[in-house]
Design a binder for this molecule. Sequence first.
Ligand code: ADP
Ligand code: ZN
Length: 662
Amino acid sequence: MNDNLNYQSPKQVPDESNRGGVGRNLLILLLWLLFLNLFVFRGAESPLVPYSQFLDQIDANQVSEVQIGTKIIEYALKPNFSTNQPPSDQPEKPKILRTLAIAQDKELPQLLRAKHIKFSAFPDDAGGWFATLLGWIIPPLIFVAIWLWFLGRSQMNSPAPFNVGKSKARIYANGSTGVTFDDVAGVDEAKAELQEIVEFLKNAFKCVNLGAKIPKGVLLIGPPGTGKTLLAKAIAGEAGVPFFSISGSEFIELFVGIGASRVRDLFEQAKLQAPCIVFIDELDALGRSRVGANPMMGGNDEREQTLNQLLAEMDGFEPNAGVILLAATNRPEVLDPALLRPGRFDRQVLVDRPDKSGREAILRVHAKDVKLANNVDLDKLAARTPGFAGADLANLINEAALLAARKNHLLVSMEDLNEAIERLLTGLEKKSRVLNEVEKKTVAYHEVGHAILAALMPGAGVVEKISIVPRGLGALGYTLQLPEEDRFLMLEDEIRGRIVTLLGGRAAEELMFGKVSTGAGDDIQKVTELAERFVTLYGMSDRLGPIAFEKTQSQFLDPIASPRRSVSPKVAEEIDQEIRELVEGAHQIALLILDKNKGLLEAIAKVLLDQESLEGDWLKSQLKQVEKTEDLQEWLLSGKLSHPMHFPLSINGQEKKTCNFY
Ligand code: ADP
Ligand code: ZN
């Protein structure tokens, strides 16, 4: 998430003389020379005849003169044998013929002498010294030309033709990032930490006298879109210093060594403009751990050299030289430990997703640019958007403004904002996708199944909307459930409840139609994943206890290693059994609850089929009527069913052979 400021200060040298052009011109010139050499300097070749014909012609006394080379023999016919066309009025030129020499034929000279034919040796470089020279020089030149051409393509915008490593960093002149701390909201801790750096840059070298140690490198860590780039720009903006920004991936080029020279160059430029800020986005693209590199895929020399150069530069400049390196990453765990050592990126600042009040503040920042209707409640909006990062919220406001504009409204209303949330969460409506009656009915019951269970399960928020209008990629219908508050943990019973809710769609299909559709595929995927985490990552299974069977991300840097800890076959079997039991239990519960609320299920589904989407008070009042079953609570807390699991399951006297495990 990197919005590109388009403004470029005049300091940058945007000279577009491109090396690609030089390479290309050279290439064309060479090809032209080659062509000349082959077809022009050689001249028109005389016709080639078989050796036997040559001998026959000697025997027949038709040959006047012979030149013998090691490979080629050229000979002239006597004028009266020269042509097979009718004689013209022009004086006839002797006809020249060629044949391939046969080295074994040692008797040719004697034969020629016997016939009194003039003969001589044939100068081998008959094509001329020029052609020979070209033959030697052209091939290497072609390589050079191609190389230059590629170089030019790989860095179109660097200045001089042989200035290979010029850095591509964008430079913004004094304060021209135009961003201040006021534009960044919801990350107050990070701002407080970075304030110190602003102070240092503002008073450039004042702190030195006070003996203050300013960090050389600050690493901003956080998920994408949380405003890391924005913060870096804000620091530059606040301090009024130049801002160099480059992305880690831009260092990595086709040719080994270019990235390194780019790093060198970047720091050279930066030192000239100190105090200033150098910002490297996506540091992980170049700073990935060298240890984890997979030998089977071959080391990445280019990246390693670039990284080494970066480390060398960071060690090279004085702590108080006035260049402050900021970098951003969302994967600190993959970074090379060398980068995090003291004297390098020793200061780390967490830029996390905002909490509710943070989201409200961010919404306020972005809402400044649009006209809001009176009914807009940013506080409420913040509550409905847990998990949204700053970039998502900016996007939300923008999307709502677009919606309002499309409806020719002058103000952005709460309805627009709600619709924008829905759109960001579920994708665009696809009215063009027409479902047939059976599909529609299946989808309707499926979604109502989810909704009924969601209404009972703990900690998951309120069902806001059910819809059977297809949306986005693949979703034929959806149940929108928005949480009421930010949650940072999920409790055991909530995970079980979530699994039940996810299985609600499929259970409803089973219950109503006695058969299931592919529509539950996505739900089942999520259920299986959640159940697996329940057992292997969170240690929530009673039988297996709090043991992590799954490794966390940082532990499988090595791409060929398995993400599971090595376990005995018996334990592996137990894991599978636990997962299966959990999912099957949830499935049973879902079926039992839906069976108990079958009347309600049908009633809501009928209205849904008719109206295509349900929301608001009517839906809420309907879902309030959902009844629990007795064993629900116990199952949610302990995962144990009071009655033994019964397969095959019989519902409504409709005998089902098995509850298939997907
Ligand atoms: P990152 O670098 O963390 O991926 P960016 O800084 O590029 O994220 O954020 C992209 C855009 O999202 C910003 O330009 C800004 O409009 C918006 N944004 C992100 N975080 C915030 C925030 N904390 N306050 C205000 N706007 C934000
Ligand atoms: Zn579903």
